[in-house]
Design a protein around this ligand. Structure first.
Ligand SMILES: NC(=O)c1ccc[n+]([C@@H]2O[C@H](COP(=O)([O-])OP(=O)(O)OC[C@H]3O[C@@H](n4cnc5c(N)ncnc54)[C@H](OP(=O)(O)O)[C@@H]3O)[C@@H](O)[C@H]2O)c1
Length: 262
């Protein structure tokens, strides 16, 4: 897709990856409709973009937020939906509050599906269009301490693959991208401490955004960012028992961090 022809609804634009995505998409010639909940951060972001860009404040976990974002996107003439909004959820599953689990499944899985469902008629009527779903390594390499988050991201990956196959004879590309850990506020101090203890690498929002923009331009179907994470994600598909045994050795560290931070 030619990025100068892209008119993008970007969710989670006020967040760590979203801000950088908005900046890089606009720099590549795309017009961007930035969406988020935090009015102050959205306004600050909009002020750095061009006069043809726009913003919409919407809590996407509420029906009125979905309606606001969809209405603004149609008015904007959207042909690209980037489902980037998301929340984290580190903790031992049986200790998590069920309301938090539901909010996570809603935000990270049902909201991208809902927005896609509402905007597909608009997207299908465009000469070229795309849905970009920001997943996670944990969608293919589900991790202890992240059961609900991994389930949501695995669901998003399954949704993306099925929809890509269903829309193969339409102008709509469905792109699924799976970054490894990124240095953003999504990760709580406990997650940052866990990543340090496990030696997990953190990517910058700038480098991940570059890869997302390149994947959109190339209309790539699916990409995993970062080695060796992409190798282990692949291996988990072939031999999950091997990964079970490998991760069993890390369980005490995961448990310690899941229980020692508020
Ligand atoms: N950080 C990582 O390690 C990592 C790794 C792999 C994948 N990812 C994925 O990358 C994406 C971006 O995450 P990030 O790291 O940039 O996180 P972040 O800095 O915490 O930003 C999350 C964004 O999602 C928005 N959001 C959350 N709940 C929302 C709701 N109910 N309605 C509307 N917007 C909502 C937030 O909006 P407000 O702040 O305005 O409320 C914020 O803009 C997520 O899908 C995440 O799962 C992150």
């Amino acid at each position: 897709m030619q990025l100068r022809d892209a008119r993008v609804l970007l969710t989670g634009a006020s967040g760590g990856l979203g801000r950088e995505l908005a900046r890089q998409l606009a720099a590549a010639g795309a017009r961007v409709l930035v969406a988020g909940r935090d009015a102050e951060r959205l306004a600050a972001l909009a002020a750095t973009l061009g006069p043809d860009d726009a913003s919409v404040r919407a809590d996407l976990s509420r029906p009125e937020g979905i309606a606001a974002a969809v209405g603004a996107a149609r008015e904007f003439g959207v042909n690209v939906l980037v489902n980037n909004a998301g929340i984290g959820g580190f903790g031992l599953f049986d200790r998590q509050d069920w309301r938090d689990v539901e909010q996570l499944l809603l935000t990270n899985l049902a909201v991208p599906m809902r927005l896609t469902h509402a905007l597909l008629p608009t997207l299908k009527a465009c000469p070229r269009a795309a849905v970009v779903n920001i997943g996670s390594t944990f969608g293919s390499l589900p991790f202890p301490g992240f059961a609900a988050y991994s389930a949501a991201k695995a669901g998003l990956r399954g949704f993306s693959q099925a929809l890509r196959r269903e829309l193969a004879d339409t102008p709509v590309a469905v792109i699924h991208l799976a970054p490894r850990a990124i240095d953003t506020p999504l990760n709580s101090p406990a997650v940052n401490a866990l990543n340090r203890a496990l030696g997990n690498r953190l990517d910058t929002p700038e480098s991940v955004a570059r890869q997302v923009v390149a994947a959109l331009a190339a209309e790539a179907g699916e990409r995993h960012f970062g080695f060796p994470e992409k190798f282990f994600a692949w291996l988990n598909g072939l031999a999950p028992g091997l990964i079970d045994r490998g991760l069993a050795g890390k369980l005490p560290v995961v448990k310690r961090h899941a229980t020692s931070h508020p």
